[in-house]
Write a protein that binds this ligand. Structure first.
Ligand code: FAD
Ligand code: EPU
Length: 338
């Protein structure tokens, strides 16, 4: 039976540093732990799956069982054909996996270096950065299904990946605990350097034909410059998704705001920059009590000390209200409120 902690302190387990206690907390190292826990009616009720806690907003105490995912392991499962196939346990640290695959000579994840959190959470919001998404390198995953009690294998189509979205944020929310993920890393490697910040960083380093490791290093440098380190100031990364609007809405907004950053999507819609919209509303570096936006990145809400989930919600709602009033655009939070 996995070790159970009563009244466990969740503050050190979420990168925003928000306070809260779990009625129970258990570390899960594999399906056997889950089967044992679920066999007890006492634990089979309300539950929350937690990885590194870098994309959650804790709104208070959790009256249920928190399953802290700690499934270990990483290995090459195949190298036949045109790709390397790499499997990692859900509890592995994402950034460590990225650097390990590069050291092994299996590139492909370098643009996603330094994203906080675990491997098991990466498919949940289909993590993405600097021109690449998890979905671009995903083969399949194995998950424990709390409805049937079986372990299922889900491919990319079943996971319904989209921008910061998947099955696990919708119909499958709370139903599956992801145990391990398999990545497909094509042997025909091609650098992804289209994102302006990365291209600029490589140019500044005078790297014309970058290796995978040089791309990782450039991404790490950009991220360290632009994003606050949760070890220094509590945060959950981008607090809102970048809103996607139709062409008509975009034309109306662009006419009134010549500097509007716009990213056309393949389906004709246009992605806007939530950080720019928030910045234009005068919110960059501004705070309401213990929660504010980061002075270098208005899209990141930060805990200036002693904040609660309610403080975070108050600032988020004030920002949503101001952006709605100025631009008529709705901002949707990216982290999960629990
Ligand atoms: P948690 O916060 O613990 O959980 C997030 C959600 O996933 C919760 O709903 C949880 O229940 C669920 N979950 C966790 N593990 C599992 C599992 N094994 N099975 C099923 N459900 C699970 N994200 C990006 O996409 N791109 C970025 O560039 C980026 N930059 C960031 C920068 C900073 C400074 C921070 C703090 C965050 C950033 N994020 C980014 C967000 C975050 O890193 C990712 O969402 C990450 O995948 C969260 O991992 P986690 O283990 O901390 O998940
Ligand atoms: N901008 C401003 N002011 C700000 C912040 C941004 O004007 O305060 C402008 C920038 O100048 C730029 C545009 O907004 O023109 C976009 O900014 P940036 O390139 O920094 O990217 P982002 O849209 O803020 C997204 C992801 C990040 C990811 C980076 C790199 C979302 C919600 N966020 O940020 O992901 O790392 O691109 O790909 O999609 C996360 O999800 O937690 C996260 C950090």
């Amino acid at each position: 039976m996995p070790r159970l902690l009563a009244q466990a302190d969740l503050l050190p387990l979420n990168t925003f540093g928000l306070p809260g206690r779990a009625r129970w907390l258990a570390e899960v190292t594999g399906e056997a732990d889950l089967r044992r826990l679920m066999a007890q009616p006492e634990w089979a009720g309300r539950r929350l799956i937690l990885g590194g806690g870098s994309n959650v907003v804790l709104t208070g105490d959790y009256d249920g069982l928190v399953l802290k995912v700690a499934v270990p392991g990483r290995r090459l499962v195949g190298e036949e054909g045109d790709a390397w196939w790499v499997e990692a346990g859900a509890g592995e640290i994402w950034h460590d996996l990225v650097m390990w695959t590069l050291a092994q000579g299996w590139p492909g994840l370098e643009n996603l270096a330094l994203i906080p959190g675990t491997v098991g959470a990466a498919p949940v919001q289909n993590i993405g950065a600097y021109g690449l998404e998890l979905a671009d390198r995903f083969a399949w995953l194995e998950a424990f299904d709390f409805v049937t009690g079986a372990v299922v294998r889900l491919d990319a189509a079943a996971c319904c990946f989209a921008y910061r979205d998947s099955l696990f944020k919708r119909e499958g929310a709370g139903r599956y605990l992801i145990l391990r993920v398999v990545f497909r890393l094509p042997k025909a490697w091609r650098a992804v350097t289209g994102y302006a910040d990365v291209a600029k960083e490589l140019a500044a380093r005078q790297v014309a034909d970058p290796t995978p490791r040089e791309i990782a290093d450039a991404v790490i440098a950009v991220r360290q410059r632009k994003l606050p380190d949760p070890a220094e100031i509590g945060n959950a990364g981008s607090f809102f998704k970048n809103p996607v609007v139709d062409a008509g809405t975009h034309a109306r907004l662009a006419a009134g705001h010549p500097g509007l950053p716009s990213y056309p999507q393949t389906d004709g819609t246009i992605k806007l920059a939530a950080g720019w919209l928030i910045d234009q509303c005068g919110w960059k570096g501004r705070a309401l009590g213990p929660v504010g936006t980061h002075p270098n990145q208005a899209l990141v809400l930060v805990n200036r000390g002693g904040a609660t989930g309610a403080d975070v919600r108050a600032v988020a709602q004030a920002i949503q209200r101001d952006v709605r009033a100025a631009f008529g655009v709705e901002l949707e939070p990216e982290p999960v409120f629990v």
